[in-house]
Design a protein around this ligand. Sequence first.
Ligand code: PGA
Length: 248
Amino acid sequence: MRKFLVAGNWKMHGSRASVAALVEGLLEQGTMPCQTLICPPVIFFDQLQRQLVGSSIGLGAQNLDWHDSGAYTGEVSAAMVLEFGCSHVLVGHSERRSLFGESDAQVGLKVEKCLSSGLTPVICIGESLAQRQADETFAVVQRQLDAVIRQVGVTALRHSIIAYEPVWAIGTGESATPEQAERVHAQIRQYLAKQDESLSQNIQLLYGGSVNGENAADLFAQENIDGALVGGASLKVDDFLRICRAAV
Ligand code: PGA
């Protein structure tokens, strides 16, 4: 039986004060209703690691470099995030791919580094609007998945999470409908089943793209949606809690 996971991607938002208030608001409501992860900018890790002591909320990074150390200005290593209690890493988010030129091959290297370091990668995949309109949705998703599988092998995905995030739904307020999302999730699961049946049954497939307190329950009612990767709504205590409550 797969568990629901709700992960908040805070992107490049927050200040010492605002992140403290946000987490305080989440902690005030007691035990989280589902497996919950927050992915703040890494500069807040130290502060948040202390604030989260004793709570069930996990800490994730938004990105990672695949090298162990060295002359990689601006980058952060697996060992560094592990030192601050990080358990998960978003890999290949569409903003990393489109704004920072991250390639499928680099995403594969990052997933490999997460897995060899004991971090769980949340592998983000999804098509642009033009690709959807050209009927290429699954071809794109498959290409992105295959790049990871080529690098680490399909079995390694047992320790990974996949987030299907159609690019046209991210930050636009226009979520995929539950049916649109479910269709791709089911295709992903079927595709994985051809390679490893038990992996396909157990892997958590998150949906991301304008998930909010209003639409979460309908998305989570779909057979192959096991939670959400939430951007904008994860910065609002009430909205984020509403999404978490829908995931039970
Ligand atoms: P959004 O972002 O919820 O603001 O659409 C999702 C994401 O980028 O992961």
